[in-house]
Design a protein around this ligand. Structure first.
Ligand SMILES: *Cc1c(COP(=O)(O)O)cnc(C)c1O
Length: 396
């Protein structure tokens, strides 16, 4: 597959050239002051992206999955009850991890394509007057189904029940691309990774931890060593890590945060919303439907697109790769073969998005689907033309 084409998978995302270069550093002593000048700005940059003044940020040489594990093992004990919902592959995997750690997971089965069951959570939390539930887990953006959930709504449910449970949010495919409010939403631990909104290679698990979650660490008895936040905190105080950090990736993260700040966080969100609008206009023009069941659930970072009954959607992914050298996302778990995914997060522009839409059309026509070449492209072009024109007017 050619590396000239952008990828349309929902992570790892396309890398800006400047970030690739920032990751490519000569060997450095990771206990020197030069490292401190990479580490601390990277931590501060993440904190700004989380929109938090109170979070402590920790970055492990790992991936988002380790961020889930850091959240639960640092704050919970064997047998603790946690509340979750299963509405896609990523929420499913987080639940599985909790079970393997011996947590008692109360989870609500939600049809894939729907969001977090905020009302059901509210009832469950209100009924839990003995406060047996120690943590609530929320997947902000289900990357498998292209569904964004109401993270603020779950916080409201916790507050309405006056419930003291910790609140953990998987923001791996939303943070840095869609509005995320660590402080305003009362998040206790936010989890992300380097290879999605931060536009870097995989290799960093990034978490923000509230003072309340920090206070839970001493009493928690699940075992952790590599992911022990206490060791990491002590390391940072000495401008170092408890082991060897990924210096190049951290330097990339520092620059990624600078780039997001330079573009403006709100403008980054608006760009993702606009690009996603164009993708959705194309899907509509094709006569296809999204896996997400209603517009309030539409993700601005990934669209999972249902293909007609009897058609194996995974063919789209393999044909696009072999014939055109373009990567789309396959359906996962319960929706494997039923959807294909267009990832539209990271450094994407309108023009790049148009190339992905055009490629998807060629692929679907090749495979015999009843799609008009150019129909989705034209629909997206209208969206992008109009928003470009109104941005130009606003700038005048
Ligand atoms: C990608 C992703 C993960 C997993 O992250 P890794 O970095 O692959 O471990 C977890 N949750 C969501 C929502 C994701 O999109």
């Amino acid at each position: 597959m050619t590396s000239q084409n952008p990828v349309f998978i929902p992570g790892p995302t396309n890398m800006p050239e400047a970030l690739r270069r920032a990751c490519d550093l000569p060997t450095m002593d990771h206990r020197s002051s030069a490292f401190a000048e990479i580490l601390h700005p990277a931590l501060a940059g993440v904190k700004a992206v989380l929109k938090s003044t109170e979070a402590e940020v920790f970055i492990f040489p790992a991936t988002g999955t380790a961020g889930w594990e850091a959240a639960i093992t640092n704050t919970l004990s064997k047998g603790d009850k946690v509340l979750a919902a299963r509405n896609g592959m990523f929420s499913h995997k987080w639940i599985d991890m909790c079970q393997r750690h011996g947590l008692d997971v109360q989870f609500v089965e939600v049809p894939w394509g729907e969001g977090l069951p905020v009302d059901q959570f509210a009832e469950i939390l209100a009924a839990d007057t003995g406060h047996e539930i120690k943590a609530v887990l929320a997947t902000h953006n289900e990357t498998a189904t292209g569904v964004v959930s109401d993270v603020a709504g779950v916080r409201k449910a916790l507050d309405a029940a006056n419930h003291p449970a910790l609140y953990f949010v998987d923001g791996v495919s939303s943070i840095g691309s869609m509005p995320f409010e660590f402080d305003a939403w009362g998040v206790d631990i936010a989890v992300t990774g380097s290879q999605k909104g931060f536009m870097l290679p995989a290799g960093l698990a990034i978490i923000g931890v509230s003072p309340k979650a920090m206070a839970a660490i001493e009493g928690a008895t699940l075992s952790r060593t590599f992911l022990d936040i206490r060791d990491m905190k002590k390391g940072y105080e000495a401008n170092a890590y408890p082991y060897t950090p990924s210096v190049g990736l951290l330097n990339g993260l520092k620059l990624a945060c600078d780039m997001i700040e330079a573009e403006g966080l709100e403008k980054v969100f608006a760009r993702h919303a606009r690009i996603a609008d164009g993708i959705r206009a194309a899907v509509k023009a094709w006569g296809l439907e999204l896996c997400a069941v209603s517009p309030d659930l539409y993700s601005n970072t990934v669209s999972a697109i249902r293909t007609p009954e009897g058609f194996d959607a995974s063919q789209i992914v393999s044909h696009a790769a072999t014939r055109y050298g373009v990567a789309f996302g396959a359906g996962l778990g319960d929706v494997a073969g039923k959807v294909f995914r267009i990832g539209h997060l990271g450094m994407l522009t309108d023009v790049m998005a148009l190339s992905g839409i055009a490629t998807a059309e060629m692929v679907m026509v090749d495979l015999g689907l009843d799609i008009q070449l150019g129909s989705g492209v034209a629909a997206a072009q209208e969206v992008y033309r109009q928003s470009a024109a109104s941005m130009a007017m606003a700038a005048e």
